[in-house]
Design a protein around this ligand. Sequence first.
Ligand SMILES: Cc1cc2nc3c(=O)[nH]c(=O)nc-3n(C[C@H](O)[C@H](O)[C@H](O)COP(=O)(O)OP(=O)(O)OC[C@H]3O[C@@H](n4cnc5c(N)ncnc54)[C@H](O)[C@@H]3O)c2cc1C
Length: 556
Amino acid sequence: MIRRGATVPPGTELECDVLVVGSGPAGTTVALELAGSSIQTILLESGARKESAQSRDLLRGFVTPAGSHEPLEAYRRRQFGGTSNAWGGRCIAFDPVDLEARPWIPHSGWPLPWSELQASYARAATLCEVAKPEFNAETVFPGQQAEMIEGFDGADVITSVLERWGPPTNFAQKYGPLLEKSTNVTVLLNATMTKLRIEPGTRRIKRVEVAIEDSHRFTVRPQRVVLACGGLENARLLLASNDESPAGIGNENDNVGRYYMSHLTGIHSWAKLKDPGQTFRYDFERDNDVYVRRRFWITPDAQRREKIGNVIACFLTPYLDQALEANALASAIFLTKFAIALRRQSSAAEYLRQNKSELMRHVNTMFWRAPTLAPQILQVVKQRYLTKRRLPILLPRKEDLNNRFALYYQSEHMPNPESRVMLRPERDALGTPRLDVRVAFTEMDVKTIVRTHQIIGEQFGKTATGELVVDDAPLEDAVRDQLRHFDSIAHHIGTTRMSDDPKTGVVDRNCRVHDTENLFVAGASVFPTSSHANPTLTIVALALRLVDYLKSTRGG
Ligand SMILES: Cc1cc2nc3c(=O)[nH]c(=O)nc-3n(C[C@H](O)[C@H](O)[C@H](O)COP(=O)(O)OP(=O)(O)OC[C@H]3O[C@@H](n4cnc5c(N)ncnc54)[C@H](O)[C@@H]3O)c2cc1C
């Protein structure tokens, strides 16, 4: 059943076996897997079916120093389905090396073997609609060229690894109807958890405080609670639940909010291939109906030898890249953006003068190539908007790129206790303190990116398949500069990390908060390390594993 939280009268005390807080991929997965069981479940969701200015405001926070991270409301969604209302659907499993304690990476190592994650990836892949957790081109396309560039792969870097893309799955739209039909799951929308309260003298969550608005509040008395509010919000709520213990729940050892991680991404180089023709698997391919793409991966052996983190790269030329000569669609995009920018200029004449040559180049392209535009736009509309499974990214045709392929990297962000989120005295409309994000990086973050470019460049040289040209030299300075204005690309990881030792983590291997008996956390906040992989597939896999645990320890 799905109902508005406002239908619960103020002052009511609801009871349930499991209370799930947050309905993004993590929380929806937990509720969905409990549906049909005899476990009475309430799923609390702070937002409604659509985002509103009020729900957005609850996400606002601070960034220190100012501008060092995107604003906290930039990517996240407070609505039914959470941030799956906005995500791209890119699904990648973590690699076994991600879970290993790597001596050269301080604070690395999960308390789980990779096989335990692997056991949940198949169901997670189904829920994320990528069919199966198969990421090897040799298996997906047997008998065909596995490498992205024929003859390129070597001991240090391979290109036969795939990423898979879902439609993307909107968890509210896809699984809301199943929750609506469920007789043991009640979804309460527009109901914000404000605090967890501990039974005095025990280690149990006794009740959870919920607000519809400042003057309308009620409580839930659950047997067990799963906090699934996203990588930043999970830490915020634990820290804000400080009535019984001043440091917040789970924070006996000052770990809540620390080890905040994301992914480091960017484009600083481009490749020129010896043969950009037939032997180059540049574009998206399909494994049945699922879009897949090959990528460069620095092998675990090379990571070990070089003492760097886990990292991938792929070709991702922005449509406005200078490489894209004489393409009507690119010029149409440029001219539209130019017109929008022109309206904001204090001196339109000066702006036109400054951009004259670029402008004329695109006007010229439009003039001569206008007849090719209509079919290109039709193709884009068809592939991106008139299909259930949209083309993930619109890539320019490789023939139009002048043999200049921009290299995008996505790198692990090293675990670091100094990278953290904490509470500020300022409060939101429901009284919860706002967050302050202080993201930090280590030398190994910079080294990983620099060495990755060198290793890929060296491999091009060794195999005579092409060359990698670094535009931003020295690369190290460019990376450091970029990290001063960090963009998390919506991957918020690590603030309630998992560890068997309460001194070094907030939750144990079963995602139970160490200093409580009945509080669990779902989401990327429990990851001890971030991998290069986008987090959602692993968030869902861990949520599934948590449900298995909740079912098997029922009454515990
Ligand atoms: C543009 C974009 C593209 C992305 N692309 C990808 C991608 O391709 N691949 C990938 O893996 N990831 C991607 N992501 C990230 C992905 O969306 C997140 O990893 C994922 O949504 C996290 O799931 P979650 O359930 O942990 O948190 P969320 O989806 O953020 O859900 C948290 C839920 O908790 C609710 N909530 C918060 N506080 C409270 C409270 N106090 N009380 C009650 N409810 C509360 C929120 O309203 C929300 O519904 C992308 C994100 C964006 C914005």
